[in-house]
Design a protein around this ligand. Sequence first.
Ligand code: CO
Length: 285
Amino acid sequence: MTTRTLQKVIPSIPASDGAGVKLRRSLGASQLARHDPFLMLDEFYSDNPDDYLAGFPAHPHRGFETVTYMLDGHMQHQDNGGNTGDLGPGDVQWMTAARGIVHSEMPQQSEGRMRGFQLWLNLPAKEEMKPAAYRDIPAAQIPVVQVDQGSVKVIAGRFNGKNGAVHGGSTDPHYWDVRLEPGAVFESTLPADYNAFLYGYEGEAFVGDEKKALPHRAAGVLSMGDNVRIVAGENGARVLLLAGKPIGEPVIQYGPFVMNTREEIEQAIADYQAGALSREQVQRI
Ligand code: CO
């Protein structure tokens, strides 16, 4: 058994996206700060409506997936395929942009707390041009597995033999929200050759046998190994764990388009400007 260690920390930096939504970006803050197949992780967290009211008006994507996980607040999604969905606390929206989508994500509240995450997950070249798909996953459909002094919400992948709300696929993404009580010791197997990282968003967490501190609101990239170990600090911890099969292909990103070559990016821009992305079918799963 090889327990993964905390290999590298990617701190989150304040950023602004959409029409001016304030957020913190860890993964994806620079081209070097990715962890194949994961491209980006944004955390939005504010009690001030000025930070989120402008939302994310209509914008395109091609070549990857976006996964939005709400903790607090309401966000409404609309896409060119006519799909709409209201995302509330604990809900997840899994959007496969693939060959193209134009969508908006707008806050459905004018006061109170807005808090959650958006993850960008890459697709292998052979799937970048498949039809777009969209899935709303209500909180009640996401399995929660009790562990000693805590619980694991299995958004994607598997945990302890339990399948998450989304499972399988070419990168077999694992997306767990791990909640630990003060001093709890969490241990789990993880496929040894999957890239993995943690994001601590509440309390304090210590990683691996050497109990290295995971800085608050930072992505902690893990070394390879078949086991992961997290110890919670005196106030407990809430940590996202992301793991997946690396794709191992070149990544060329231009704003909301992520492809393998410059030519493909130029094609994406041309297709968007010609209105082709707005005409794509979006399959609702
Ligand atoms: Co988007």
